[in-house]
Write a protein that binds this ligand. Structure first.
Ligand code: SF4
Length: 447
């Protein structure tokens, strides 16, 4: 499963595009297909976007052309739309009120309906992105100010969106009424402001966390003023619980909590509800690390690094044969026989999606000499796809939608397999109300 995007907005800093660049770099894990930044110098907008990693797309010379005191940025993992450059963001447009750029994290559930209505009225689309709908809705709104047009536009869309808009003089940040995707507000050391999908971006640019943008809230940033807040929709929080399970960086705080701590809690809960006798607890890196630490602390079984991850493989062209697929996993993850050989191993991963990677990991651990391999998963079985901005395989390719836990255990070749239940997952994230979306585990869709 892949998070779709990261967004950032910088307002009130003379090197806004540089700060946007560093912020995107910190959030590169949320999308590696393309990156882009738009800046405003007060008179016009400047945009650069391209396929590739943030560090490859931008250099000093390019950042210099993105002049001005405000900037918005985006990293993309393609879901809706193909992965061509046309589908990279920010989406920029000239319209009757001037110029505008938008970045979007999420997925609109009524995008097709909105698009068809706009096409009937004569709109012409250049991309398959949901975000382009917003440009058209804003451009064709009858309100006379951009603020009114943004409100008009977001009232017509449904689904998951964390949005940042940039005009020549202002910046706007908005979250959907359920707050599916995260968006936080911070203060820059010079007194300017930052909004970003994850707070790990704040740490890199020295920003101080102020608060999360509330579900349904629109923030307006204007020169020499404090951000103004308008609650466009009544907030009904349904935050994506998978941000805690897998997507967000462990050093981020999302939805008001430390990601690292919630992941550790998941490991502790897993040890309580799914115990097993073993000699060593190892994580599947990097996602399984905090949960494995939690599992080891709770169970008293020693924690070890039994699998090393190579971070430098990038994209590889590999023939799709069985042998070559195994080699691809080995290029990324290698076992440490000195830790595993002759041992009863508990291996912790954050999720099992198709089951193919787990199968290869378990085979690899057994070939490295593990006497038993018990797989423990720090989330419930992933049974349903996501429609709120996360790239998930179709239901027929989700192994837990088609097999029982015992059948999955047999398929992946583990000596035992157990998952964290929904109740324990909610406990791990300190859920006191019904404030999380868990649809990919339950099939209970809110929108
Ligand atoms: S369906 Fe799953 S991945 Fe999608 S928003 Fe809900 S919890 Fe997150």
């Amino acid at each position: 499963m892949n998070e779709k995007c990261a967004v950032v907005g910088i307002f009130g800093h003379e090197e806004a595009s540089k700060l946007a660049y560093f912020s995107l770099h910190a959030m590169q894990h949320r999308g590696q297909e393309a990156a882009g930044i738009s800046s405003s110098d007060g008179k016009e907008l400047h945009t650069i976007k391209k396929r590739g990693l943030v560090m490859r797309v931008f250099d000093e010379a390019k950042l210099k052309t993105l002049s001005g005191g405000s900037a918005i940025g985006h990293t993309r993992y393609s879901t809706a739309g193909d992965d061509s450059i046309l589908d990279a963001q920010p989406v920029f447009a000239r319209y009757d009120l001037g110029e505008m750029a938008i970045v979007h994290n999420g997925n609109l559930t009524n995008a097709e309906e909105v698009r068809n209505k706009l096409i009937e009225k004569g709109a012409i689309f250049q991309t398959f992105m949901d975000t382009e709908n917003l440009i058209h809705l804003i451009a064709t709104s009858e309100k006379d100010k951009l603020l009114g047009r943004i409100v008009d536009a977001v009232e017509r869309i449904e689904g998951a969106f964390s949005l940042v808009f940039l005009s020549r003089k202002k910046m706007f940040a908005m979250r959907d009424r359920h707050g599916f995707r995260p968006l936080s507000l911070g203060r820059l050391p010079n007194g300017g402001y930052i909004v970003a999908s994850e707070t790990c971006a704040f740490d890199l640019v020295g920003a101080e966390f102020i608060r999360d943008v509330q579900p349904g809230e629109l923030l307006i940033f204007e020169k020499d003023k404090k951000p103004k807040s308008i609650q466009v929709f009544e907030p009904t929080p349904k935050h994506c619980i998978f941000e805690y399970v897998y997507f967000a960086r462990p050093d981020s705080n999302v939805f008001g909590q430390s990601v690292y701590q919630t992941r550790k809690n998941m490991g502790k809960e897993l040890a309580k509800v799914q115990p097993i006798e073993a000699d060593v607890v190892i994580p599947v890196p990097d996602g399984g690390v905090p949960s494995a630490i939690g599992y080891a602390q709770e169970s008293g079984i020693p924690y070890e690094m039994g699998i090393m991850r190579n971070h430098y493989i990038g994209r590889t062209f590999i023939e799709p044969t069985q042998e070559m697929r195994d080699l691809k996993v080995k290029m990324k993850l290698s076992p440490m026989p000195g830790v595993i050989a002759g041992k009863r191993v508990i291996v912790i991963d954050d999720s099992i999606v198709r089951g193919t990677t787990s199968r290869r990991i378990i085979r690899m651990l057994k070939e490295a000499g593990a006497s038993e391999v018990h797989m423990r998963v720090s989330s419930p079985p992933t049974t349903d796809p996501c429609f709120y901005g996360v790239d998930t395989p179709d239901k027929e390719n989700l192994i837990a939608a088609n097999m029982t836990t015992q059948e999955i255990c047999d398929y992946i070749g583990a000596d035992s397999l157990a998952y964290l239940c929904e109740e324990s997952l909610l406990k791990s994230v300190n859920s006191t109300q019904d404030q999380y979306c868990t649809a990919c585990f339950t099939g209970k869709y809110i929108v």
